[in-house]
Design a binder for this molecule. Structure first.
Ligand SMILES: Cc1ncc(COP(=O)(O)O)c(C=O)c1O
Length: 464
């Protein structure tokens, strides 16, 4: 409980800034005061690396390649103003009111249009509108996971899912990815091992298209095999697909949901990357018994998704231009992706490798093993540039020499300059490493002076 002296002061008697700043930092006295109150699960809760970074990268001088931000400046302000004005004039009372937990039918119809664009036709009764895709992941975990339950995901996985799985105390097993997405052969042996141990994973979580963070896409054969394995083992697959419509090259792949028909695949979607993350509107499609529990979880969590922003989605879709807006995003992001790939070639050392995404928002770069990208981030921030260190995408400490780089939220100059700055700090680390691992040098008398042991830098393959 707050001590009398800790109580907020009234009206004009405002605390001096220094005092407020001090109070913003937790003291050991605070820790003692609250320690006995925390639930056990808080011990395994993890902070989201991207959320932490957002506070630092909000500084205007920082070039952030860390966020997963779509470029919302591309959305025409006049369209936004006209739609919000229309809502205010025509539907003010409803738009400002609570709505149904499962979402408005009209929002669901807009979602059906988006899903149809990728060949999916869900029954709208099997769909709940959520507060972003993130809430859908949280509700699925809340519905299905008891502490210690196995969950399988990609290695690396979406960094925002890591804190969610941790807070429900899942036993997360990560399956390697390569250029064709999750290694389904490895998944198969993980499933066999779990079966032999009498354990049944609650679900397999996958971002099959333009994965966050690796940018890779699950191949058609692996999609078929993954859905087949789900059927054979009677395991749910959570398909998280925020980027499917943001394809810059190559042929579209069928979503897992379309291949499976919705028996074993739970589908998560969002308007965040194709319209706006600020509106916080996403959705989940699940088999009816699972959806019912998810709905109960949502009631307890937030009653309903913002009615105001659901009205905005409805108005926006009524205009009929949502596909052409996505086409304009594709043009912009394709150019930014190409700019980033070009800048990487110019500024990263030859020992680095990176993925070449056909869509989405991210490139995943892997540096020589002696570089730890968590340490490197501190150096990069001093040069006013940020990325997400690879460890954020793992639960087991792997990913130490990798980084996630976002190309959608920065313009051409920022991308080039950002990659140049990161390339410079990487270059310094490589030079330092080479200095301390120099072979012994011959002294003036021709006798070898002792030097450090030479550890070879393993060359890495660069993607085409
Ligand atoms: C794979 C993935 N899932 C879910 C989300 C969360 O998105 P939303 O803004 O819809 O909550 C993101 C956001 O970056 C994402 O990349």
């Amino acid at each position: 409980m707050p001590e009398p002296s800790d109580r907020p002061r009234s009206g004009g008697d405002r605390e001096p800034t220094a005092l407020r700043r001090r109070r913003a930092h937790t003291t050991s006295r605070d820790l003692e005061r609250y320690a006995g109150l925390f639930a056990k699960r808080t011990q395994v809760m993890r902070s989201s690396a991207m959320r932490d970074l957002m506070a630092i990268t909000a500084r205007p001088e920082v070039i952030s390649l860390a966020g997963g931000l779509p470029d919302t400046s591309t959305f025409p302000p006049e369209t936004f103003a006209a739609q919000m004005t229309r809502i205010a004039h025509e539907s003010s009372a409803e738009a400002l009111q609570y709505g149904p937990t499962e979402g408005f039918v009209e929002t669901k119809e807009c979602i059906a249009e988006v899903m149809a664009a990728e060949g999916m036709r869900p029954d709208l009764d099997d769909l709940i509108v959520t507060t972003g895709g993130q809430q859908a992941i949280d509700l699925i975990a809340k519905t299905l996971l008891d502490p210690g339950d196995p969950v399988i995901c990609e290695a690396p996985t979406y960094p925002g899912a890591v804190p969610t799985f941790c807070s429900y105390e899942a036993d997360v097993i990560q399956v390697t990815t390569d250029d064709d997405g999750m290694r389904v052969d490895e998944l198969e042996s993980v499933l066999d091992d779990l079966k032999a141990a009498g354990r049944r994973p609650k679900f397999i979580y996958s971002v099959p298209s333009f994965q966050n963070p690796a940018g890779v896409t699950l191949s058609a054969e692996r999609r078929e095999r993954l859905v087949g394995l789900a059927r054979e083992h009677e395991i749910l697959v959570v398909e998280d697909n925020p980027y499917g419509l943001l394809r810059y090259d190559g042929e579209p792949q069928r979503p897992l949901y379309a291949l499976d028909g919705g028996d074993y695949v739970i589908y998560v979607g969002t308007f965040s990357k194709i319209l706006s993350p600020g509106i916080r509107v996403g959705w989940v499609v699940a088999p009816p018994p699972v959806l019912e529990k998810i709905g109960l979880g949502k009631q307890a969590s937030d009653l309903c998704t913002s009615t105001l922003t659901q009205y905005f989605v409805r108005e926006y879709f009524a205009e009929g231009s949502w596909r052409s807006y996505i086409d304009s995003l594709i043009e912009i992001y394709r150019f930014r992706r190409d700019t980033m790939l070009d800048a990487l070639t110019s500024h990263f050392p030859s020992q680095a490798e990176w993925t070449t995404p056909e869509g989405g928002l991210f490139v995943w770069a892997t540096l020589p093993e002696f570089i730890d990208t968590t340490d490197l981030l501190a150096k990069a921030l001093r040069e006013n540039v940020a990325f997400v260190p690879g460890r954020a995408a793992y639960v087991d400490g792997r990913g130490a020499s990798s980084m996630r780089l976002n190309f959608s939220g920065s313009n051409e100059d920022e991308i080039r300059e950002g990659i140049r700055r990161i390339g410079d700090v990487v270059g310094e680390q490589v030079a330092l490493y080479e200095t301390i691992t120099q072979p012994a040098t011959a002294g003036s008398d021709g006798v070898e002076e002792p030097g450090a042991e030479v550890l070879p830098i393993r060359p890495r393959r660069r993607d085409p």
